[in-house]
Write a protein that binds this ligand. Sequence first.
Ligand SMILES: NC(=O)c1ccc[n+]([C@@H]2O[C@H](COP(=O)([O-])OP(=O)(O)OC[C@H]3O[C@@H](n4cnc5c(N)ncnc54)[C@H](OP(=O)(O)O)[C@@H]3O)[C@@H](O)[C@H]2O)c1
Length: 349
Amino acid sequence: MKKIFVNGYGSIGKRITKFILDDPEIRLLGIGKHTPDDTIKDILSQGLNVYVLQKNLHIFDKYNINGTIEDILTECDLVIDASPSGYGFYNKQKIYNKHNVMVIYQGGETIFGDNAVSDLIFNSTVNYEKAFNKQHVIQGSCNVTGMGRILNPLQIKYHDNIIRFDLTLIRRWADLEDIKTIVDDSIELVKNPHHANDVGSYLGSKIPVFVRAIKVPTRQMHLHFLDVRFSKNVPSESEIIKLFKDEYGIAILNKAKSTKEVRDFAESTKFNFKDTNMIHIYSDFVEKTGDTIKICYSDDQTGIVIPENHLLLQAMLFKRNYKDAVRHTENIFNMSQKKKLLETYFATK
Ligand SMILES: NC(=O)c1ccc[n+]([C@@H]2O[C@H](COP(=O)([O-])OP(=O)(O)OC[C@H]3O[C@@H](n4cnc5c(N)ncnc54)[C@H](OP(=O)(O)O)[C@@H]3O)[C@@H](O)[C@H]2O)c1
């Protein structure tokens, strides 16, 4: 059985840990911790192992640590790095490169410049098989994952007929469970957002993608406004909605008017971590104006990348074909059932 180590136990690391425990095909060796705090008791109480860096052993002497990260990596097939943005690069230099281990990084890392950790940003619907022979791969960030999921079907269906994609990202300030971050009463402008370059790395540059981003005081998802400019034969609103009807990880919500409504529904339905794991198109707000189709969707910030990590892991560890991998991920995450519940609830609201 393939053995996995999760380095970092924050918003993303906790969710990844949960699916590894739910998947009978893989085994969790343990969790990497970097700050001596009560989270360790929580991890140990689940019967899981905790590992720390050799150089940090002394600051964890009050806890029942199982060993060092350096040692556990010698037994490990794949690391899922869930460290804060930029630390994946540091971890690669300091520890992963010394071991013959595969690593999945998260979307806070980059494929560009001196701090690149990989040359591939993964998006399951676009480049699943490209991860087959890679040792280091980045799972795209939540917004990059959501954007790819929406832009890819449009690009495939309308290719030459689309002149450009313009996206405005309204980003959430902090995650639901992030109690440390104070959510300021402000709108923050984001300079040089990374999303257009990241998405371009796997969709190509044939249709230009322009992105601007602001951060707003909410914890309830990201919201994207997408304008698709056509050169001729602009499709109708209903044709666009139909295009996304059967797409993996996309729910079409008829009467939804806010991100919180969607999150509250996920909570009331007892989805794990209140995650829907997908994007939600607000179909009442899909609009055709002249040469442009306007689409509005929200992106479940932490949830959306978790099934993607599961698919990426299957590509890297098992080189499983895409259909079988989606089937296996489906058994763990029940995405179709969640989609159906969401769509039915918002259709009849
Ligand atoms: N949150 C989201 O919505 C979201 C969505 C998509 C992608 N991402 C990406 O996922 C990554 C993790 O984000 P997050 O939101 O889970 O962050 P987070 O909640 O701040 O958690 C990060 C965790 O990393 C641990 N850590 C600290 N130093 C580390 C090191 N050197 N190596 C490994 N782990 C270390 C911290 O553990 P200690 O407490 O022990 O120090 C902390 O638990 C980032 O790249 C982020 O951009 C986040």
